[in-house]
Design a protein around this ligand. Structure first.
Ligand code: PEP
Ligand code: MG
Length: 575
């Protein structure tokens, strides 16, 4: 039996698909004259195989997403079969006497560099397509299996060393019924996505990829954090019962999903949902969300080949506004970088991506992206209660700048007679120690705070949120974090404003009484957690929880805090 970090709840039984990406190793040695024709033949064979694979993907995409999206792949085939590309590769093999893989790599790199140097955004973005095609050609020449997560035929549990958020967006969820990774933590974005997709997942097992083989039968129980390889009949029966038990609890909880989250003595907490797309907003309603506390718009920018236009964004925001029917929706501007990259944007190689070009920094440096997004949000603001929120703020300068940009865009829209909500609320995420420390200044400039405890924890404790090696140190209830949370809540309340939490801490059942006692106004979480959290809040006595929080905030050691929490939850019969 193996365990890891339960990332998304559920119990599933299935066959293993081991997804191991082998490194592409190019043969750089010179070849003899008599092998030239063999290498040329290898190129043609790999090209034929690649074209067949892309055709297959195109057909799948057509079925799933329609003709328009599928046409991207027709473009890939044209690039792959481009005559100029063929001529250049063949002449390089002949002239330099090098292997087909080496020639392909050289030519593809040249083309990528030429495209990347161009001013034209469209052509620049084609560099990504060329890289994709190059990789496919190389893998086919070197006999490295190309696994396409959107095109899996049988139902499987996916096992892989790591899974990026953009790979997660491409997964075929009808076929991938659960996943397990070596790497990752509870707050890495792939885990967060797994919860919205309601796909059971365990991450951070360290070495599951070394312990299973393709075709093994697995039980993935992410409720109890257990993975059983090739279980006995008896074990299967036992876990089937566990699954049924979990299902029944969920069913019961769902019955109270539409009740308000109100404590025994009348303190109301707003319960929001964290979403990444329109489908998630349907789920938000299904699980009884009272608002959208965090719309991670970067997912609108991922899993595609170019930036979404202002119009596309407007339509996306408008449709969610209409779906939520007047309920508050906090739209966070694109938070890209860190572990979320855009395949079509040039991200520099950074030693510390989470401390680097991420979130608001990318938007400020790409002012058109920021402008398009703000314009789209403002235009959609007449269709619902939209709010704007900025991620990863560290300074007053950023807020002054962003507010000035919003003001200019409002002016421009007004001049064109385009309607928008003039009083749209502006908030920021508190997810850096800097913003928490200067929260009393920041609140003078904004309408609300939402604490991103996922990042606030990683930045305050200097513990990478996705690194399973140090996951024991990732403790959002450390005295330093609780101190900052309290400071932020107090700063907002002193100014008559409010603070929510949209990090994963907001859905941790054990911590809810503490957060309520600290005076939190709103909690936003993956939709599946909502019924359980509402149920807990409805059992809390606010007065008692305030006293308890005061006591906790005086504690210096994590262990003591954990014990206090455990005892309070037990005494109050909350869990
Ligand atoms: C956070 O940091 O807590 C947060 C909600 O933002 P994200 O998880 O998208 O970084
Ligand atoms: Mg964050």
């Amino acid at each position: 039996m193996i365990s890891g970090i339960s990332a998304s709840p559920g119990i599933v039984f299935g066959t293993v698909l081991l997804f191991k990406e082998k490194k592409i190793k190019i043969n750089k040695e010179n070849i003899s004259e008599k092998n030239v024709q063999i290498e040329i033949k290898k190129f043609f064979q790999a090209r034929k195989k690649s074209a067949q694979q892309i055709h297959e993907i195109k057909n799948q995409a057509k079925k799933k997403f329609g003709k328009k999206k599928a046409s991207i792949f027709q473009g890939h085939i044209l690039l792959l079969e481009d005559e100029e590309l063929e001529t250049e590769i063949i002449s390089l093999i002949k002239k330099k006497k090098i292997s087909a893989d080496f020639a392909i790599e050289k030519i593809i790199q040249e083309q990528i560099h030429t495209l990347e140097d161009l001013k034209d955004e469209y052509l620049k973005n084609r560099a990504i397509d060329i890289r994709d095609i190059g990789d496919r050609l190389l893998k086919n020449i070197l006999n490295i299996p190309v696994i396409d997560l959107s095109n899996i035929k049988k139902k499987v549990i996916l096992i892989t060393r790591d899974l990026t958020p953009s790979q997660t967006t491409q997964m075929n969820l009808e076929k991938i019924i659960g996943f397990i990774t070596d790497l990752g933590g509870i707050t890495s974005h792939t885990s967060i996505m797994a919860r919205s997709l309601e796909i059971p997942a365990i991450v951070g097992t360290k070495d599951i990829t070394k312990k299973v083989q393709n075709g093994d039968f697995l039980i993935l129980d992410s409720i109890n954090n257990k993975i059983i390889i090739n279980p006995s009949e008896k074990k299967i029966e036992y876990f089937k019962k566990e699954k049924k038990k979990y299902f029944n609890i969920q069913k019961k909880l769902k019955l109270l999903k539409n009740l308000p989250a109100i404590t025994q003595d009348g303190k109301k907490i707003e319960i929001g949902s964290n979403i990444g797309n329109y489908k998630d907003s349907i789920n938000a309603k299904k699980y009884g969300a009272e608002s959208i506390g965090l719309y991670r718009t970067e997912f609108l920018f991922m899993g595609r080949n170019n930036l979404p236009s202002e119009e596309e964004q407007f339509q996306a925001y408008k449709s969610i506004a209409e779906k939520m029917n007047g309920k508050s929706i906090i739209i966070r501007t694109m938070d890209i970088g860190g572990d979320k990259n855009l395949s079509y944007m040039n991200f520099p190689k950074e030693d510390n991506p989470f401390l680097g070009w991420r979130a608001i920094r990318v938007s400020i440096d790409n002012i058109k992206i920021l402008h398009d997004q703000i314009r789209a949000i403002l235009r959609a603001s007449v269709f619902g209660a939209l709010k704007i929120m900025f991620p990863m703020i560290i300074s007053m300068e950023e807020i002054y700048f962003l507010k000035k940009e919003i003001k200019n865009i409002k002016y421009e829209l007004k001049k064109k007679n385009i309607p928008f909500n003039k009083k749209i609320k502006i908030g920021i995420m508190i997810e850096t120690p800097s913003s928490a420390i200067i929260s009393k200044y920041l609140i003078q400039e904004v309408d609300f705070f939402s604490i991103g405890t996922n990042d606030l924890t990683q930045y305050t404790l200097a513990v990478d949120r996705g690194n399973e090696i140090i996951s024991k140190l990732y403790q959002p209830i450390s005295p330093s974090i609780l101190y900052l949370i309290k400071k932020v809540i107090s700063a907002s309340h002193k100014s008559g404003k409010w603070t929510g939490i949209c990090g994963e801490l907001a859905s941790n059942p054990e911590i809810i009484a503490l957060l309520v006692g600290m005076g939190i106004d709103e909690l936003s979480m993956s939709s599946i957690s909502i019924p359980n959290i509402k149920n807990i809040i409805r059992k809390i006595n606010f007065k008692k929880s305030k006293k308890f929080a005061k006591k906790v905030l005086k504690e210096k050691k994590i262990k003591n805090i954990q014990n206090l929490i455990k005892n309070f939850n037990k005494k109050e019969n909350l869990l």
